[in-house]
Design a protein around this ligand. Structure first.
Ligand code: NAD
Ligand code: DAU
Length: 351
């Protein structure tokens, strides 16, 4: 079986659901259930014996070692992280703890476990680390997209901790010979996306009649990928990726933030028109920019396509339509995650 960390979060839960929809190999899912972890995402697996959920911290060496040994794990997929750039600006400590120290702990537990495996299992074992395009820094408008050999130039506490974890993974390959793989992906969107991030926040605020906050001039560019395409890329790298290699994953969908928000508003105008006939675009509000805001990310995903045959299935248009439909059809999910502590976050960030 495989061990997934952070499998109750946005991408992790999509990955677990996606995996079990097409494989009969079991998953142990370890997640600390921070504010971003949500077991409701996995409720369709309630009676599925192939999904074993364990509430726990990737920094807990005893727990991780116990799980690896008890379940004869053949691969670890590390999704667990503190993932929100704005939160990392307000409080970087949790990011150091989970993203750096947590990954270090996971690598050490994996190394001990892997070292004691028989030759065949040792050879086929994999540690797949899920990372981000943000480790490469920010691109100027005409610069080519990030390739795997682009220098690391992280600019936020979040991206610096992800870069640190990528370097640890690399070192565990070169020093100890651990069979690692790293994926660096662009911005994901889709179901179960916590409404602190741009796309779900804008859908949520639009439907509530609240302002749609655009940082700065809204001309920052991100490369958007529908989340199940990220999941298929990870499955592909786990299956066919060459040990020690890193793979960039992206949607080839560079959009300015304002353009993304306009798309959401247009979809909502068509699917759930406001009673007064006005457009959701009227709710757009320009707010103070994010400190150190990266101007542009773009991924060159030609290596994974050329060497492993992966390509995204969704275009920005199909993915955005699916996403807006999902939020319109699942108001209770959003309702459940936007009470209490979420309101405190909004008050802190959008004061
Ligand atoms: P998320 O914040 O939605 O989920 C993170 C999950 O990790 C949560 O379920 C949380 O409870 C869990 N977690 C946090 N700390 C933990 C700990 N110490 N031990 C165990 N579990 C812990 O994040 P996401 O958007 O799903 O991102 C998943 C991974 O993918 C992250 O590593 C992130 O850096 C990476 N990534 C995200 C994106 C994106 O656009 N969201 C893009 C590229 C890469
Ligand atoms: O690029 C991959 C990364 O994408 C992941 O590694 C991160 O985990 C993930 O959170 C995401 O980071 P971003 O900072 O790009 O995503 P976010 O949704 O927070 O912001 C997207 C863009 O929208 C960014 O330029 C900031 C802007 N923004 C965001 C929010 C929340 C706004 O203009 N207003 C907002 O209220």
């Amino acid at each position: 079986m495989i061990l997934v960390t952070g499998g109750a979060g946005f991408i992790g839960s999509n990955f677990v659901l996606d995996w079990l929809s097409q494989s009969d190999e079991a998953i142990i899912n370890i997640d600390k259930l921070t504010y971003a972890g949500n077991l409701e995402n996995l409720k369709s697996l309630k009676d599925n014996p192939l999904h074993i959920f364990v509430k726990g911290d990737i920094g807990d060496a005893n727990l991780i070692s116990e799980l690896l040994n008890n379940y004869s794990v053949r691969a670890i997929l590390n999704f667990a992280a503190e993932s929100h750039v704005d939160r990392s600006i307000h409080g970087p400590a949790d990011f150091i703890q989970t993203n750096v120290i947590g990954t270090f702990n996971l690598l050490e537990c994996a190394r001990k476990y892997w070292g004691l495996l028989g030759e065949k299992d040792k050879k086929s074992f994999r540690f797949l680390h899920v990372s981000t395009d943000e480790v490469f820094g920010s691109l100027a408008p005409q610069e080519p997209a990030f390739t795997e050999s682009h220098p690391y130039e992280p600019n936020s506490p979040y991206s610096a901790t992800k870069a640190a974890s990528d370097h640890l993974v690399r070192a565990w390959l070169h020093t100890y010979g651990m069979p690692v793989l790293t994926t660096n992906c662009s911005n994901n969107y889709g179901p179960f996306h916590f409404p602190e991030k741009l796309i779900p926040l804008v859908i949520h605020n639009a439907l509530k009649g609240d302002p749609l906050p655009i940082y700065g001039d809204g001309q920052q560019i991100r490369d958007w990928l529908y989340v199940t395409d990220h999941c298929s890329a990870i499955r592909c790298v786990l299956e066919k990726g060459v040990v020690g290699e890193t793979y960039n994953i992206g949607g080839c969908n560079e959009k300015a933030n304002l353009q993304v928000v306009h798309t959401i508003c247009e979809l909502l105008d068509a699917k759930k028109p406001k009673s007064d006939g006005s457009s959701y675009k009227n709710q757009i509000t320009f707010v103070t920019d994010r400190p150190g805001h990266d101007k542009r990310y773009a991924m060159d995903a030609s290596k994974i396509e050329r060497e492993l045959g992966w390509r995204p299935l969704q275009t920005f248009e199909t993915g955005m339509t699916k996403t807006v439909d999902w939020y319109l059809n699942n108001p209770q999910w959003t309702e459940n995650v936007t009470s209490g502590a979420y309101k405190d976050w909004l008050a802190k960030q959008y004061v």
